[in-house]
Design a protein around this ligand. Structure first.
Ligand SMILES: [Cu+2]
Length: 143
């Protein structure tokens, strides 16, 4: 049963890629999900894809390990008012397909947040999340 679920999930991702919508989807309960893949371009080049995203409050950002090298997400700087707490330094993803999700909520002030992969920052593995202003509840209420 678990194996079947994994296969179904993989097929789901495949379909998204086929239709060209790799970055955005909506969960069953209406939460907008944006996926950032951690990609091993070569033995010495690792990247977040896409590196720069712009999201509305209430978006779930999902980091997915797409290769075999462990990566994480560490926020380095953000606009005044940002208070990420435990989310400042995320856990390492170790196995291909593992995900780490961050809800863009009140912890994230409006503006651009810079993040890196801690061990690969010097290799240029970094990205940004730009948070738009807006009330997530009013967005979610849209019928
Ligand atoms: Cu990394």
């Amino acid at each position: 049963m678990i194996r079947f679920g994994l296969v179904a999930t993989l097929l789901g991702f495949g379909f998204l890629i086929l239709v060209g919508d790799v970055d955005a989807q909506t969960s069953a309960d209406g939460v907008h999900i944006v996926t950032v893949r951690m990609v091993d371009k070569s033995a010495t080049q690792y990247v977040f894809e896409p590196a720069d995203i712009t999201v509305a409050p209430g978006t779930l950002v999902r980091f997915e390990l797409a290769g075999s090298i462990p990566h994480n997400v560490e926020f380095k700087s953000g606009p005044p008012g940002t208070d990420l707490g435990n989310a400042t330094m995320g856990p390492f993803l170790l196995a291909k397909g593992q995900i780490y999700e961050i809800m863009i909520d009140a912890r994230f002030a409006v503006g651009t947040h810079d993040y890196v992969c801690t061990p690969h920052e010097m290799m240029g593995m970094k990205g940004t999340i730009t948070v738009l202003s807006g009330d997530p509840d009013s967005r979610r209420d849209r019928r």
